[in-house]
Design a protein around this ligand. Structure first.
Ligand code: XUL
Ligand code: CO
Length: 437
């Protein structure tokens, strides 16, 4: 079978000295790093939407990218051609996983019935290609943003009939994900928020959203789906304000609706920066609140304020993110989903390969640097020494709730303490970390 990708030879590891731009220079799937093969650490995925459904269109211009399956209406034949091209791409790249929305793989569908029927046609074709290529499903998700019925939100819509449509889509997509052996199920609520507070009952909408997630968790257990349910924070775009604005907001939301332990977060790098946080901050926050699940990897442009979804290339940033993840025991069901797209001018078929190859290599370099940093251990030693006071009997008694505010106040005055400032050593630590990157 030939596809538009047939002219590109399979991408192999050739090492840092290779001159071949269509080869991995750092990603060596079976190389053991910190006790595990690189591919088991990275668990990386190619996303369906940006790679095979994006045509290069922007608000000012028409399609530019060669995507023959989208030249006309996407009927069953075109959807099958797209699926074949996608699996050919995954195989040539050596990708262990992929991710999809229902509308990415199904033939074009306007009604709920058309979508469910279309997915029923595509699912066995996906299963067959997964079997043939060995590519796994990191996660599936329902697109609850594109259809006009979702303009005022899906679960948070003022109309319960729209909520019911969203429930039907997730019900079907979760079951498809389960049957395909998917390792997670993601919810990104692009319109779960508001465009103006003038027409919005926020409390009611939050309750609707909380109940929606609880229903999904109940259904997951009913059908025996073992993967994680993940929510993906983003502050805005397309809605002016989204309720899942960042990791800390989501952690509070999950606790309020009794969903902690059941729902985790899929942290996206470009969403972090849109929220005014760093990628590392969002990962660290999710881990600190016990809700870290998975990553959508990409980068934004520091000079504009929208979701440019470019391929992540900053090894320094990735090293710091890996350090958090390694310290938390590594990824479990989660992975690194390349939620990134090539540019409108990237019209050559191999551009999609270059985007993924470069970012897979940057991720591998970050992993190698973070593993060295961990093995060296001096940063950890510095941090634990910084908090050493809390290991003493007074610190422990405070945290264990054995002393009151008055007890602590009295002791401070009796002992006449006057702690002296100590250096936070930021410059020293930055220099130290840069030796590993
Ligand atoms: C949108 C986004 C989505 C989710 C899946 O910004 O990141 O593609 O990852 O719905
Ligand atoms: Co994403």
């Amino acid at each position: 079978m030939t596809t538009i990708f047939s002219g590109v030879p399979p991408i192999r590891f050739e090492g840092p000295d290779s001159d071949n731009p269509l080869a991995y220079r750092y990603y060596d799937a079976d190389r053991i790093v910190a006790g595990r093969p690189m591919k088991d650490h990275m668990r990386w995925a190619v996303c369906f939407w940006h790679s095979f459904c994006f045509t290069g269109m922007d608000p000012f211009g028409w399609a530019t990218l060669p995507r023959p399956w989208m030249a006309g209406p996407v009927d069953l034949a075109a959807a099958t051609e797209r699926l074949d091209a996608a699996f050919d791409f995954f195989s040539r790249l050596g990708a262990p996983y992929f991710t999809f929305h229902d509308h990415d793989v199904a033939p074009h569908a306007m009604t709920l019935r058309e979508l469910i029927d279309g997915m029923a046609r595509l699912e066995p074709l996906m299963a067959e290609r997964m079997r043939k290529t060995g590519v796994g499903l990191l996660w599936g998700t329902a697109n609850l943003t594109a259809h006009p019925r979702y303009a005022a939100g899906a679960a948070t819509n003022p109309d319960p009939e729209v909520f019911a449509c969203a429930a039907a889509q997730v019900h079907a997509c979760l079951e498809t994900t389960h049957r395909l052996g998917g390792e997670n199920y993601v919810l990104w609520g692009g319109r779960e928020g508001y465009d103006t507070l003038l027409n919005t009952d926020m409390r009611r909408e939050l309750d609707q959203y909380g109940r929606f997630l609880a229903m999904i968790v109940e259904h997951k257990h009913r059908i025996g789906f073992k993967g994680a349910i993940l929510v993906e924070p983003k502050p805005h775009e397309p809605a002016k304000h989204m309720y899942d604005r960042d990791a800390a907001t989501c952690a509070a939301f999950l606790r309020r609706y009794g969903l902690e332990g059941e729902v985790e977060l899929n942290i996206e790098a470009n969403h972090a920066t849109l929220a005014g946080n760093s990628f590392e901050h969002e990962v660290a926050t999710a881990i600190a609140h016990g809700v870290f699940g998975s990553i959508d990897l990409n980068r934004g442009d520091p000079h504009n304020g929208w979701d440019t979804d470019q391929f992540a290339m900053d090894v320094g940033e990735l090293t710091l993110v890996w350090r958090r993840i390694l310290k938390a025991g590594g990824l479990r069901t989660g992975g690194f989903n390349f939620d990134a797209k090539i540019r409108r001018q990237s019209v050559s078929v191999d551009d999609l390969f270059h985007g993924h190859i470069g970012s897979v290599d940057a991720l591998a370099r970050g992993l190698l640097a973070a593993a060295d940093l961990e093995a060296d251990g001096k940063l950890d030693t510095f941090v634990s020494q910084r908090y050493a006071g809390w290991e003493g009997s007074e610190g422990k008694a405070i945290l264990a709730g054995q002393v009151s505010l008055a007890d602590v106040a009295k002791a401070a005055l009796n002992r006449n303490i006057e702690p002296q400032p100590v250096s936070g050593r930021q410059e020293f630590l930055e220099n130290y970390v840069s030796r590993f990157v």
